[in-house]
Design a protein around this ligand. Structure first.
Ligand code: AMP
Ligand code: ZN
Length: 464
């Protein structure tokens, strides 16, 4: 398999440390609000990666849930997103975390993303985070300011490695200009923040440095290394995390352990709106529930995401949702027909060649658009028998996870308008407890050829 590695800026052959246990860490949701479909695009790409790896290797996939410490501003000031969510909704920060995490998993499952092997909540790993900060302190990488313990990025000479020098200079002038007087370098970041003196935080813990809470970056390093060891095969996330979050994770982890933190950095591009960025703070975001309310099934959104390579920006529009929903419906109809025509899936030389082509596409830096195109080609191919097609499609759907053999629900029996009005009249009679009229109407319906049954859900009608 080849994966584009942000660290080397090229497609690298994927060579796991232990082929019997590939290790992968994915940055999870900050549970202070609903996930938007942009966030969900990232989890879909990570699911494709997880399913593709599992074709050849067992995989340990760890995902965190950020339920404390993610500040509104990357400059280490501003409020904690969790406490902000709590104030917005008049609930406790703990209730906010619980509610949005449950909602997150519901969306995740609906999109057929495979659950991680380990889900680690930040609030349950404070001990490990404090230990990591302590190690960094002992090694001389930290300093204290009035609001926390900071990482001195000038002490780590590979600090720019992930981003590259060309890009970091722009960064210093941009994202991290809001430097507090006490920070030694613009890129320094908080490892441990003290609770404010004038305000009681809902989420805070004792530490060797004073009561407070962990910085967001240290959360991921501590949890990733706890479950996966000091060197991970793969670390994923959205492209926005390259410049700060992942750069800081490398600095902390490598300074603490002396080992290379991650062999393959894999980042997904953004889903954007025509009007610009989809952002939670800006309030312009679409959730999976919004799509469902508009009548789209979640897997139509998965189909839309599969149609674009994970490293290209995807512009969201309802026109493209319509076309994804329609394509999925048509593809399923063809697959259902194959299943009806086939006796049993049969692996032959030919079907194996198609499966290999599909795997090669996915193993070429997750070329899902090509894998999807191959699926369309196979289902319509004259070269394959129905049994061979069934073999290929079953395999393809183990990666695409689009429920390809789902049958459309049979359309409800068409009820003519005059029959419907008799039914409505009978429902009204029953509501008024006019049993005589109700029976008369039932007889009238029977004469017209319709049988009515009364069920707890109301009248059910069947053509005789
Ligand atoms: P968050 O819950 O904001 O911490 O983000 C969860 C994941 O979604 C991270 O991997 C982000 O990089 C990613 N992400 C955020 N916005 C977008 C977007 N518009 N498109 C794709 N991924 C995104
Ligand atoms: Zn992270």
């Amino acid at each position: 398999m080849y994966l584009y590695n942000t660290a080397t800026r090229k497609k690298d052959e994927f060579i796991p440390q232990n082929p019997q246990n590939v290790t992968m860490y994915c940055c999870g949701p900050t549970v202070y609000n609903f996930a938007h479909i942009g966030n969900l695009r990232t989890y879909i790409f990570e699911d494709l990666l997880s399913r593709t790896i599992r074709l050849r290797h067992p995989l340990t996939h760890v995902m965190n849930v950020t339920d404390v410490g993610h500040l509104v501003s990357d400059a280490d000031d501003g409020e904690d997103k969790m406490e902000l969510g709590a104030a917005r909704e008049g609930k406790s920060a703990w209730d906010i975390a619980k509610f949005y995490e449950e909602k997150f998993w519901a969306d995740y499952d609906a999109l057929h993303c495979t659950r991680p092997t380990v889900v680690s909540r930040a609030t349950q790993h404070i001990k490990e985070m404090i230990a990591l900060v302590k190690t960094l302190e002992d090694k001389g990488y930290t300093y204290r300011t009035s609001d926390g313990i900071y990482y001195d990025t000038s002490k780590f000479d590979r600090y720019d490695a992930l981003v590259g020098h060309a890009r970091i200079s722009g960064l210093q002038g941009g994202a991290r200009v809001e430097m507090s007087d006490e920070k030694r370098n613009p890129t320094d970041f908080a490892l441990w923040k003290f609770s404010p003196k004038d305000k009681k935080r809902q989420m805070e813990w004792d530490s060797p440095w004073g009561v407070g809470f962990p910085g967001w970056h240290v959360e991921c390093s501590a949890m990733a290394m706890k479950y996966l060891g000091s060197t991970l095969d793969i670390h994923c996330g959205g492209i926005d995390h390259v410049t700060i979050h992942h750069t800081n994770e490398i600095a902390q982890s490598e300074a603490a352990t002396g080992n290379k933190y991650v062999n393959y950095w894999v980042h997904g591009e953004f889903l954007i709106l025509r009007s610009g960025k989809m952002s939670k703070s800006g309030g312009t975001f679409v959730t999976l529930d919004v799509l469902k309310e508009k009548g789209y099934e979640p897997l139509a959104y998965r189909y839309l995401c599969l149609g674009a390579h994970y490293r290209t920006q995807l512009e969201f529009s309802y026109e493209s949702m319509d076309s994804a929903a329609k394509s999925l419906k048509n593809l399923r109809a063809l697959c259902v027909q194959v299943k009806k025509d086939a006796a049993a899936p049969a692996e032959t030389e030919k079907s194996k060649t198609w499966k290999d082509k599909f795997t090669a596409a996915m193993e070429d830096d997750l070329n899902a658009p090509k894998a999807l195109a191959l699926t369309w080609e196979a289902v319509r191919s004259a070269e394959l028998s129905a049994d061979e097609k069934l073999d290929f499609l079953t395999f393809a759907d183990s990666i695409l996870a689009l429920d390809l053999f789902r049958e459309e629900e049979a359309p409800k029996a068409d009820i003519p308008a005059d029959i419907q009005s008799l039914l409505d009249a009978r429902a009204a009679a029953r509501k008024a407890k006019d049993w005589k009229k109700s029976d008369e109407l039932r007889d009238a319906l029977a004469q017209a050829g319709y049988l009515v049954k009364d069920t707890p859900q109301g009248q059910q009608v069947e053509k005789k």
